[in-house]
Structures are given as C-alpha cells and as structure tokens.
Design a protein. Structure first.
Length: 161
C-alpha cells in the first residue's frame, strides 16, 4: 500500500508540470499583448520596448516556461498580474480566507443535505419518495457545477432579490 501511495505522489510531479505547461501555452496563444495591457493606451515605442524586456517577453517561450516553473518551485513566485501590476501570490493570499470559508460552508451544506436525503431514502426504501429523491440526486450530480452556480445566482439575485 505504501509503495502505491509513493508511486501516485511521484506521478503528481509530471502531471502538475503538464498542467502548468498547458496553461502556459494557452496563455501564450491567447490574443493580446501583456506589455500593452500593462501600459494602457498612452505609451511610446520606447516604453513598450522597455516593458517587453521588463516582462521577459523578448525571450523564447520555452525559456520563459522554464523560468516560470523555476520561480514557482524555488519561491512560490507566481509572477505579476499584467492588469493590476501586483504580485499574483499577494492577490491569492488576500482572497484565500474567503475561499476557504466558502469551501467549508459549501461542504457543510452538501453533507447536511446529502446525509438527510440518504437517511430519508434508507427509511422509505422503494417508496415513491425514495425514487423521487434518487432521481433528483442523480440529475443534480450530472449537472456541471458552473451551470448550477449560474442558476443559483439568477435565482437568488434576480428572483429573490
């Protein structure tokens, strides 16, 4: 069992590198220019050239990728946001508290509803209520989370105020 866990943990390394690489490539292929985004609308060609060098956009993509991974591994340096010109790590740390609170609250609600529905299904096994609860549970689990989030946003903000 220990060998299996070690093997799975070691497989996380290439998997994470692959995910980081895919996201990096997608970011490279998206239209737009990070130097222009950080400079705004009023800029000179000299300012643009200096910003390209400052952001390291004059280097080849693979060198930038290796540098990015090295920064992440060595110091959890996720770089600077092109739009706000602030450290991404700082921005993440500012928001992590609320994110954890929302995650814990969501998990508690899910457990509360899931256990309640499970108990109802177990007590009223093979009844109409059991079939309705099971059908609704299957349908809700099949829907993507982002779709349910949009439905709930519309429900609570537009319909319920």
């Amino acid at each position: 069992m220990g060998k299996y866990i070690i093997k799975r943990v070691l497989w996380m390394i290439p998997t994470l590198l692959g995910v980081v690489f895919i996201i990096f490539v997608i970011n490279e292929l998206t239209p737009g220019d990070a130097a222009l985004m950080s400079l705004g609308t009023n800029y000179t060609e000299e300012a643009y050239a200096a910003k390209v060098v400052e952001l390291g956009l004059d280097k080849p993509v693979m060198i930038r990728f290796v540098q990015y991974v090295k920064n992440i591994i060595c110091g959890f340096n996720l770089g600077t946001s092109y739009s706000t010109l602030r450290s991404v790590r700082t921005m993440l740390m500012e928001r992590i508290g609320v994110t954890v609170q929302i995650g814990i609250l969501g998990s508690m609600i899910t457990i509360l509803i899931g256990v309640s529905v499970g108990i109802i299904s177990a007590i009223k096994q093979y009844s109409a209520l059991d079939y309705v609860v099971t059908t609704i549970s299957i349908l809700l689990s099949a829907l993507p989370g982002f779709f349910l989030a949009l439905v709930f946003v519309m429900l609570f903000s537009l319909k319920l105020g």
